[in-house]
Unconditional design. Structure first.
Length: 330
């Protein structure tokens, strides 16, 4: 591929989870539309933020584009390789080596029966990197040092570490296969506030050092603005806005994005009291039976009849700024 081509290309990705009934003869009674036709790209060396309320499909999108969940429809390429067309073990391993994930829960993502050495060296064993066990052990110590842990901890078990240390071990494991792309699935949400900034700074340092590309899934919009180059906003399985970080934060176009940003605390009390907040009414509809037309219309203060009937087109209203809203001028 040409160097200018995006590293990750996602086209019309869908992931529906079937809902069944019956104890013996199960039959399908519906489907949860967790991710419903989203498209975006991730450029080489950038960090794309993916934000939205809990249950909007962020984590499902991240795992599906890596092939951890089988897709319902759509296409994903990573460094020119079609993720869903890979059938042979060799092709699947090539994709796995290029794309890794850092999980949200550092307490559930590490095998409690394995030592740190076994956990971090597993990708090297799977991908036949450094076949010599001694060389692998030395590499594990190097990776631990990269993430701020002592190489003398290789024979300890996960229960002997704090949450922040466990997450660092997960980051070291993700780096073990020398990946190009890492999905960071809310890597700081389970950590103490005092540790979150340390982990984010670590991810930034590793990106600068190794030229990594991130899909950063998060709730903390302030942290997303700090670490990301572009930001995508999801609501109920669909993407409603995508743009450059400063452009999206300073000039949000979609009412849902405006509501999210209005809830971000401002350190200055006077500015915080003076600004106008956008309070959404009602609850998030069920993805089992999403609303017709624009999915945000039941909670949108600007909704009109057209919003209830017609699905808004995903369009580029300015260079690099995409939105799906009828009320945004052409």
């Amino acid at each position: 591929m040409k160097p200018a081509d995006p590293l990750v290309v996602v086209k019309n990705l869908k992931k529906y989870f079937p809902v069944t009934s019956g104890l013996v003869f199960q039959r399908k009674t519906g489907e949860v539309r967790a991710v419903d036709d989203i498209s975006f790209t991730v450029e080489r060396g950038e960090t794309l933020g993916l934000v939205g309320e809990s249950g909007c499909g962020k984590t499902t999108a991240g795992r599906t584009l890596l092939g951890l969940y089988p897709p319902t429809a759509g296409h994903v390429t990573i460094d020119g390789m079609d993720v869903y067309a890979a059938r042979r073990r060799r092709d699947l391993l090539a994709i796995r080596r290029k794309a890794q994930i850092i999980f949200q829960d550092p307490y559930a993502s590490l095998n409690p029966r394995w030592t740190v050495d076994a956990i971090v060296s597993e990708p090297m064993r799977v991908h036949s990197i450094l076949p010599d066990p001694k060389a692998r052990s030395e590499r594990v110590k190097e990776l631990l040092s990269l993430v701020g842990l002592s190489g003398q901890l290789v024979n300890r078990f996960p229960h002997e570490f704090s949450g922040g240390q466990r997450q660092r071990i997960g980051i070291a494991r993700a780096l073990a296969s020398d990946p190009l792309f890492i999905v960071c699935d809310e890597p700081i949400s389970a950590l103490d506030v005092s540790i979150q900034a340390q982990v984010v700074n670590l991810l930034e340092d590793l990106q600068d050092r190794f030229g990594l590309t991130y899909l950063f899934i998060a709730h903390n919009l302030s942290m997303v603005r700090h670490i990301c180059n572009r930001v995508a906003v999801m609501y109920l399985g669909v993407m409603v806005e995508l743009g450059e970080r400063d452009e999206l934060y300073d000039h949000p176009l979609h009412p849902y994005t405006q509501a999210l940003l209005s809830a971000v605390p401002i350190p200055n009390p006077k500015q915080d009291r003076a600004r106008q907040r956008m309070i959404l009414s009602g609850d998030v509809p069920s993805p089992l039976n999403p609303p017709s037309g624009c999915r945000f219309h039941p909670r949108c203060p600007l909704a009109v009849e057209r919003c209830r009937q017609e699905i808004p087109a995903w369009r580029e209203v300015a260079t690099g700024h995409w939105v799906a809203c009828h009320k945004v001028a052409e």
